[in-house]
Design a binder for this molecule. Sequence first.
Ligand SMILES: CC(C)(COP(=O)(O)OP(=O)(O)OC[C@H]1O[C@@H](n2cnc3c(N)ncnc32)[C@H](O)[C@@H]1OP(=O)(O)O)[C@@H](O)C(=O)NCCC(=O)NCCS
Length: 335
Amino acid sequence: MIELKRLFAETATTEEWHDYHRVMGRYYEDINGEPVEREPFLRTAKSGMTSGNCVERTFLAYDNGVVAGGGSFARYDGWGIVFTDIEVLPEFRRRGIGNRLLDRLRSEAHAVGLAKLFLFTVDNVPSGEPFLIRRGAQKGIVQKGGRLFTKDIDIALMRRWIAAGAKAGFESGVWHNRIPEEHIDRYVVAYNSINDAPHGELETTQTAMTPDAMRAIIRRFIVNGGNDILIAWVRDTLSGEFAAISELALNRSQPTQAFQNNTMTVSRYRGNGFGKLVKAQNALHLIEHWPRIQSIRTSNAEVNDAMLAINEKMGFKQVQTHTFWELAVDRALKS
Ligand SMILES: CC(C)(COP(=O)(O)OP(=O)(O)OC[C@H]1O[C@@H](n2cnc3c(N)ncnc32)[C@H](O)[C@@H]1OP(=O)(O)O)[C@@H](O)C(=O)NCCC(=O)NCCS
């Protein structure tokens, strides 16, 4: 008998948390090829779910009392996206559990007024795509998932990129785990320029970051979640505006990998080598200060020639194909 139980972050038992890790940890292990360490993973998950700026629902599926799968959605302030993950452990697949989880997430999303779920599939976990197609999900942008081993980073090339990007009237640097208060308003303006990057047809992928939502990310991911972020930046010293930024997330639960978040050069500052500069700054910072990190993972739209060209020059090799999907809550209701 299949039973779905909601996981309430405030009151869940240790056993329920371990079940949650067993299922969702498996999901991230399959995607990223590295075991997910339980305690840091749970610390980050709890921090997100209890952060107060997140609407989330998380369910575990049990087959005669044994955990068989899980699913969740979460919408955080600052993003339109309703991040949704479903994982059914391989030995329990093709028995309708994925459908049950998705039905439940759909009705919960409907109840809290969310219109679309956002999902992500990776080609090395091939069951996700037919499942989502069967449920009427709309296919969005396809991305190249790249990986670069830090041992293969050409340090001399990174230094040349930094030298070439050092233009009069601009300063640059790397922040670890902080955005100084005096810069946060302007930082957020640059962050939102990611909306200029190719992001396909999906409706909810627009970013609307605010200073408060950005402070909340720092609080839940770093201060409470126990993880690290490196932020490389270039700033126009006259106007105080940020010309380029690049964020690397270091998840404590998958400790040998760094995850490349957004990199952007604000459009009027393009063509100055700032994109390469910020990527090179982070790469050198990693090599110098983070010996445990062995590789960087990234994901870029297949149509984003500029970013792909930089990554290729850095030595990133494509190892996966990522696909983004949206599922209308109403459509899911009927299928
Ligand atoms: C995708 C996943 C959640 C499906 O879970 P599941 O419990 O096996 O799914 P269900 O049994 O409810 O299947 C529902 C329908 O999806 C389709 N489907 C699911 N898996 C499929 C597969 N491997 N190949 C083809 N169709 C598949 C089928 O149409 C199926 O209905 P059917 O069995 O009557 O033909 C599971 O395979 C999984 O955990 N994959 C890894 C994580 C992932 O990719 N999640 C989705 C993105 S968040």
